[in-house]
Each structure stands twice: as C-alpha cells, then as structure tokens.
Design a protein around this ligand. Sequence first.
Ligand code: ADP
Ligand code: MG
Length: 233
Amino acid sequence: MAFLEISHLKKGFGTGENHIEVLKDINLKVSQGEFCVLLGPSGSGKSTLLNIIGGIDQANSGDIHIHGERMADMNEKTLTLYRRKHLGYIFQMYNLIPNLTIRENIEVGAYLSEKPLDVDELLHTLGLYDHRKKLPNQLSGGQQQRTAIGRAIVKNPDILLCDEPTGALDYATSKEILKLIETVNQKYGNTIIMVTHNDAIQNMADRVVRLRDGHIRSNTLNAQKVPAEQLDW
Ligand code: ADP
Ligand code: MG
C-alpha cells in the first residue's frame, strides 16, 4: 500500500436542488517524500480534497489510508492527535498570532509534537533568525508566509498540505517561498501536496495531478524536475 492512498473518494455539498457533487471518484497514490502538485480550475475541488486529506472535512464515501491507517477508523481523539502529530498545513493567508513573536509563532506549531525540529536551526533555514524577536506586522508578506511554513513544519510532519501558498504573493516572493518549500521537501523529506492554479509550478514537482469535473483528469510523474529557482511565469 502506498504511503497515502485515496480510493473512490466522493464528496458533495448541499441538499435537493442545491446539491453539487464536487469530488466524484478520486483515486490517488502518493509515495513517502513525494512532492505532489494538485492543479485544476477554480471550484474544481482542490481545497475540498486537501481538507479531507487533512481531516478537517469528511468525505461522503471512499477511503483514505495514511501510513496504512484508515482515516475512517480514527475516532475524534485519534484523528485530532493524528493531525497534530503528522500533518502540517499552509494556507494562502498566514494567520499568525499578532502579539506573539516570530519565534513564538513557530513554536506554537510544536504543540503536542513528539519530535519537534530544533527551532534555532529552523529559523536559520527559513531565513528568519535575525527577525525572530519581531512581531508579524513588522515583517513583509513573504517573511510572514515563511513563518507560517515554520509553524507547519516545526513538528516535522509526515505530510505538508499547502493550499495556494503563494496565492497572495508577488512573483519574486512567490519564488522565494517555492524555493523554501523545495528545500523543506529535500531537507526534511516531508511528503508535500501543494494546490496551485499556476501551471508553471508543476515543473518543480515529482507528481502532477489535474482535477476537473470531480475526477482526476491526469496524473503524471515528471521525468525531470525543474528547480524552483528556474521556474518562470
Ligand atoms: P477549489 O479549491 O478547487 O477552488 P473548492 O474545493 O474550494 O474548489 O470548492 C469546490 C466546490 O465546492 C465549489 O463549487 C465550492 O463552492 C463548493 N464548496 C466548497 N466548500 C463548500 C461548503 N462548505 N459548502 C458548500 N459548498 C462548498
Ligand atoms: Mg481552493
């Protein structure tokens, strides 16, 4: 069984004539340490799929196995523990705590972790060591997103779920963040599933999955990855 295995996953919203089937039959296998990019038009269900993998939304049917563990078999308590210990989440919005320092915001992510990373080393990797005592509003958008990445990875999660992490950033800052996510994947070996609607980003991934009309339209492995540094759009 693959590290992350999704089979016959279905998800709809609403009832009666307002009902929409968002995910109709999703089947996907992702290996440990793989960098997977999820593409698809707006409204195609990318965030919904990510939220179901992350345990913050529930499928109507189908199965997800992570590390051989079936998510549907987890109860509320084990699912919460699972999420805290094994999953990291990065969103378009950074949602930092305004009255905590950069270092403290990152430390929040280590809550209940069994094997947190060394925070000083992480601050250096993130390029934030010199900013560690500042508050979020003293930093640029890119630096705040780097802080949010630090908060997500300080517990060294098995899976890092990224929902349009560069959606609010300009070109140069987006590249900085993509380079950082690439570094995280290579240095810490976290499996990454990153949602984007930027087609150029697919070239830095191991696996490219395209979602449309509730189905996976294509699922390909990149024979040759392009370093984030060389991406252009
Ligand atoms: P994407 O991230 O690809 O843009 P989403 O997963 O956010 O797409 O949404 C897919 C579809 O599901 C959209 O039509 C959206 O309006 C709908 N949707 C998402 N979440 C909910 C919800 N909580 N209630 C009702 N409809 C939802
Ligand atoms: Mg979305």
